[in-house]
Design a protein around this ligand. Structure first.
Ligand code: ZN
Length: 299
């Protein structure tokens, strides 16, 4: 399980959460190692084998969550040069828009406005400065800010982002997620297929089941309308699921779903909550750490 693939290590306020990325160099190394050690197949092929009782021994599948633009601009080239299949799970409502997830918006606005600078006083900014102490290290500040905002209500987060947005110093962030042309280009290569990751990247166990169902079904319909092929795979945002959500995904016609729970897959695993192994720069930037991560699912 990957998220973003970046051309170089982010620094300072270019901060990207450590669990969210690998560099292109690391991803290329992983691609070569996976190719050497595994039969790399599509995730749909894994599900097909599991559904028909065939062995998945020695197989692996590469997945990306969310639909980041860098999947197209940086990961796709590596997949093409190594001829490796992958599945990208799209938060379909963000595709083709300039919207991005709130941690990235926060990072952008703080970079634009400067940290602890004038113009960030009163109102909702007061709450931010009360909860996040000033620090010289911009990456540490941003990490603390993201941690603090996780405990804010969505309404408070929206209010802060809207305040940033309204200030002349802070225009709209650049597009960080793919558009439908880019999705279509990857799809037409035959190497990349697409699954659903809800429409609005909703943490499904935090909303009423009706809303969860709408997110699960609408996202699939939207991707199918753009690609003209059935969308059969689902990934739970943030990995949050429960028995009721699993039933909705099953009843909606998907053939399988994946979580963020770490682990290997086997024939006795529930096909609507398969584990994955998260791979990101801070835990697997060398060959030894990559193997340790795959084998032990820790470090
Ligand atoms: Zn996600």
């Amino acid at each position: 399980m990957y998220h973003r693939v970046l051309p170089s290590l982010p620094t300072g306020l270019d901060y990207v959460q450590p669990g969210m990325f690998v560099t292109v160099e690391t991803f290329r190394r992983h691609a070569n190692l996976l190719k050497k050690r595994f039969e790399v197949v599509s995730l749909a092929e894994i599900f097909s084998r599991l559904h028909t009782g065939k062995s998945v021994a020695g197989c692996c599948a590469i997945t990306f969550d969310d639909g980041w633009l860098d999947n197209f601009s940086h990961a796709f080239g590596v997949l093409e040069e190594s001829n490796l299949p992958a599945t990208v799970f799209l938060a379909s409502g963000f595709i083709g828009s300039n919207n991005c997830f709130w941690p990235e918006q926060l990072s952008f606005h703080l970079r634009q406005s400067g940290i602890n600078k004038e113009g960030m006083q009163g109102g909702i900014y007061e709450k931010l400065s009360n909860e996040v102490p000033p620090t010289a290290d911009e990456a540490v500040y941003l990490d603390n800010a993201i941690m603090a905002l996780k405990n804010w209500s969505p309404k408070e987060r929206d209010e802060l982002l809207a305040s940033f947005h309204a200030s002349a110093k802070s225009p709209a962030p650049p597009r960080l997620l793919m558009n439908w042309d880019e999705v279509l280009t990857m799809h037409q290569s035959g190497l990349v297929d697409f699954g659903s990751h809800t429409a609005n990247h909703i943490i499904l166990d935090q909303v009423p089941l009706d809303m969860a169902r709408e997110e699960i079904v609408h996202s699939r319909d939207e991707i199918e309308a753009h690609l003209g092929v059935p969308v059969t795979l689902f990934a739970y945002p943030n990995g949050n699921y429960n028995a009721s959500l699993r039933k909705i995904v099953t009843d909606s016609g998907y053939i399988g779903a994946v979580t963020t729970k770490s682990g290997w897959i086997s024939r006795n695993k529930n096909l609507f909550s398969l584990p994955r192994i998260g791979l990101h720069e801070d835990v697997c930037n060398t060959r030894a750490r990559f193997y340790a991560r795959l084998i032990l699912q820790k470090f």
